[in-house]
Ligand binder design. Structure first.
Ligand code: SF4
Length: 278
């Protein structure tokens, strides 16, 4: 049996950086450290982090000790101000791609622009960006939501986009906003990590008999990868190597393995090793 790994699989640059910073901070302090919100939506990774003294809290008031880790999604300015006031060490793992959006929002807002975020208002990255323009951003995740918003032609607008949004959505909203005759500055701030993982699964799924998609069963990114693979071959969504139906897998000649941006390398490696031994 042959097993092939998708060209892009597992942690993206921003998540890898955040995990490494959290573990290093816990080691340097030889104590528990807390991330504001979970670093990753993957049960095995969460367990691994707990073993390394990295825990998650949803409310900054629940942090014990003097260290807080900001995850790759980033946070609003109020958290930086709070930590500075309370003399809490803020270990910033905001992904540089997200940081760039926050900077645009902050600078353009202070230049008198209204900030438009093309993104999901319930997503922490979007909430964090909004926190750099006094939580006054106009937010919509698709054309339908933008159709419902009243814009003012006298105002100026700076448009940014959540890093994981599809390019098609950005261009559709851009075209619509331009058609309204508004004064606009556009910043295409989409990151390609998600798209690259999807493309890699699409390509590999055409060359194999079956695909194993490794990731959290509740992760929307992982589910999307499985949907893509399913169009071309038999596809199995697994969280860890333990979920593999070995008898079934043995019936295929070539197996492909894909994983989303929140799947740790150690889980992907366990899956690869197990299949290689069959
Ligand atoms: S998906 Fe892109 S923007 Fe988000 S953490 Fe990963 S590298 Fe950064």
């Amino acid at each position: 049996m042959k097993v092939l790994l998708a060209e892009n699989a597992g942690y993206c640059f921003g998540v890898k950086r955040a995990v490494e910073l959290a573990i290093k901070t816990a080691q340097d302090n030889d104590n528990k450290v807390y991330t504001l919100g979970p670093l990753i939506h993957n049960n095995s990774a969460v367990d691994m982090l707990k073993e390394k003294n990295v825990f998650s809290v949803d409310d900054i008031n629940n942090v014990e000790g003097n260290n807080i880790i900001i995850r790759s999604h980033g946070v609003g300015k109020d958290i930086y101000d709070y930590c500075s006031e309370k003399k809490i060490n803020l270990n910033d793992a905001t992904c540089p791609f997200v940081k760039k959006i926050q900077k645009i929002a902050y600078e353009m807002y202070n230049k008198g622009y209204n900030i438009i975020i093309i993104g999901d208002k319930s997503h922490p990255e979007v909430q964090g960006i909004n926190g750099w323009c006094d939580n006054k951003a106009i937010i919509g995740k698709n054309l339908e939501e933008f159709y419902l918003i009243d814009f003012n032609k006298i105002e100026k607008y700076a448009v940014v986009v959540q890093t994981t949004m599809p390019q098609d959505t950005f261009f559709a909203v851009k075209e619509y906003l331009i058609s309204l005759g508004l004064t606009l500055e556009f910043y295409n701030t989409i990151c390609f990590a998600t798209k690259e993982r999807q493309q890699a699964v699409l390509d590999l799924s055409k060359k194999v008999d079956a695909m194993l998609i490794v990731g959290g069963k509740h992760s929307s990114n992982t589910k999307k990868l499985a949907e893509i693979a399913k169009k071309n071959c038999d596809t199995f969504l697994i969280e860890t190597a333990k979920d593999i139906d070995l008898e079934k897998i043995k019936t295929y000649d070539i197996i492909g393995v894909g994983a989303g941006a929140s799947t740790p390398d150690f889980i992907i490696n366990e899956v690869m090793d197990l299949i290689n031994e069959l």
